[in-house]
Design a protein around this ligand. Structure first.
Ligand code: IDP
Ligand code: MG
Length: 150
């Protein structure tokens, strides 16, 4: 089923110059980028985005981390893309993440794990709406699609 998901390159990914590498992995996989923008997340938006973690020990450091510099937010589209993007990211703790995954290849610690991706269709919908207006999400044809989907 064609789905959309929300993916964000976190400030460490941007500051370490890994944005191109990360975007390239999604493009090469055959995933369509429907929206992309660089922004600085304000504390209020960070609190809403990570509301499920409020009260946990890492919540305040997480807010500090995610608001510490520019992020690159994306809406990705593709068959089963919510799960596929999570698999491509690897486990939350990069030390448990498989080689070949973004975190497993490019990161060292949970608190510096360079990328966020929605974990369910409900969170994808919620997060896309939190970060993007409808008009920022573009519909267009990719000419390679017949070679990605049979
Ligand atoms: P996820 O990003 O793989 O979905 P979540 O459990 O939803 O992982 O946690 C959200 C983010 O909070 C993680 O990506 C990571 O940046 C941070 N985080 C989670 N657990 C810890 C922790 O134990 N220490 C420091 N940061 C954490
Ligand atoms: Mg999560």
């Amino acid at each position: 089923m064609i789905e959309r998901t929300f993916v964000m390159i976190k400030p460490d990914g941007v500051k370490r110059g890994l944005a191109g590498e990360i975007v390239s992995r999604f493009e090469s996989r055959g995933i369509k980028i429907c929206a992309m923008k660089m922004m600085r997340i304000q504390k209020e938006l960070a609190e809403r985005h990570y509301a499920e973690h409020k009260g946990k020990s890492f919540f305040d450091p997480l807010l500090g981390y995610i608001t510490s510099g520019p992020v690159i937010c994306m809406v990705l589209e593709g068959d089963n893309v919510i799960s596929i993007a999570r698999t491509m990211m690897g486990r939350t703790n990069p030390q448990d993440a498989d080689p070949g995954t973004i975190r497993g290849d490019l990161a060292m610690q949970t608190g510096r794990n360079i990328i966020h991706g929605s974990d369910s269709s409900e969170s994808a919908k919620r997060e896309i709406e939190l970060f993007f207006n409808d008009y920022e999400i573009l519909k267009y044809d990719k000419p390679d699609e017949p070679w990605i989907y049979e």
